[in-house]
Design a protein around this ligand. Sequence first.
Ligand SMILES: [Zn+2]
Length: 246
Amino acid sequence: METFKVEAIVLKTDDFGDANRVVTLFTKEFGKLEANAYGCRRSRSPLSGAMQMFNHISAEITRGSKVDTIRDADILNFYDALTKDLERLAYASLLFEIVNRMTFPRQQELATFNLLKKSLPALSKRNPKVAALIGACQFMETSGVQLNFSRCVHCGADIEGDAAISILDGGAVCMNCVDAAQDIRPYPDALRKTFETMLGFNWRDETKLTFNTRQLDAAENFFVDYVQSVLGNSLKSVQFIHEFIN
Ligand SMILES: [Zn+2]
């Protein structure tokens, strides 16, 4: 049986049986992969500890005819703060769920791997809502269903001042084209600047970002509605945010 090594971020875990877990990894080498980690919930298992959501790990995987199996794993980095703080957990889960739901298995996407890796320290130290929205904004750019924030999706004109934004059309709509849009919501200048700052954000930059609360809420609602409309159903983490955070 073929065995291979990966560097990965644990995107999702699902328990099954007495002590097993199906682990969804976002790997540097192959993109998203699902593998079984047998016995990992037993404290004496060599896999115990590593198979937790948000961990950055290296792992050895054996390819099977039906399922792949994780043989061995080492933790490269873990982010305790994400499991100890409900708001951090909720927003980190939002970003991870968006990435999980909007990517296909076994398609290498180095940009997405790097984005997850860089977002984790920010999600555990900075304002988690801001970090998750920046992550979602930057992820969407490479997702194949990217949004147009700065130019009208209908005529291509640069957006200046207040305009509209459309979920179904995938981005900004200038005032001349609002009648042609399938759906519209307000797109004030301040919201466009919020999106542009998020898109251009460098994760290594330690400067404090301050966003207007109203624009941040509008950005969150817009991303959530957009992703849900692309997926055709709802995100679990959004329910979690609504129940426990907002
Ligand atoms: Zn236009």
